[in-house]
Design a protein around this ligand. Sequence first.
Ligand code: ZN
Ligand code: ZN
Length: 213
Amino acid sequence: MKITIVYDNSAVSQGLIADWGFSSLIETEDAPPILFDTGADGATLIHNMQQLGIAPDSIGVIVISHRHGDHTGGLSYILEANEHAVIYVPSSIGMRLPGRKVISVSQPVKISETVFSIGELNYTEQSLAVKTSKGILVLTGCSHPGVGAILDAASKYGTVYGIIGGFHGFREFSRLEGLSLVCPCHCTQYTSEIQGLFPDQYVACGAGLEIEL
Ligand SMILES: [Zn+2]
Ligand SMILES: [Zn+2]
């Protein structure tokens, strides 16, 4: 199982563009690649995908975390190059894409054998729970419903091993105790505090980061 950060406010690999927004790719053995969020700018997303060797038409599923433009901006660019991907959107987004298979998510839903949407929390945002050999890995866009609520919902799938994504203004840092991997990305406001409190669990996020579990 591999997670690649495709789009982020920072970049950790040469040749990748850093820009405000978030997108990541989940590769598992049981299903075609899943793109979680699409960044803000389609040209930047496609550039970073090319640099990472990710072909847009290889993507089987696109999951949009929530309606904000820094997560949805690249969607139309991907769809231009990919006619078959199934698209999971939170019900609050009200997205209509004629001719496309769009699944509106409110309750938790199984996306593949190992990847689950924890459902739309607060009628706002969905996050993913990915089953790995080490436990549940949580992927989150902006965490508008709150990191604590997201971890609670994800823990229904098993013991949470780690969390990757935007934490926004989250500062209930004790909620991260017990995790083995903490990778605050994108809109996280208290990254340095999190790094200071969890130096062994902390992983610096940025476009180009690859995490294999
Ligand atoms: Zn965002
Ligand atoms: Zn947002």
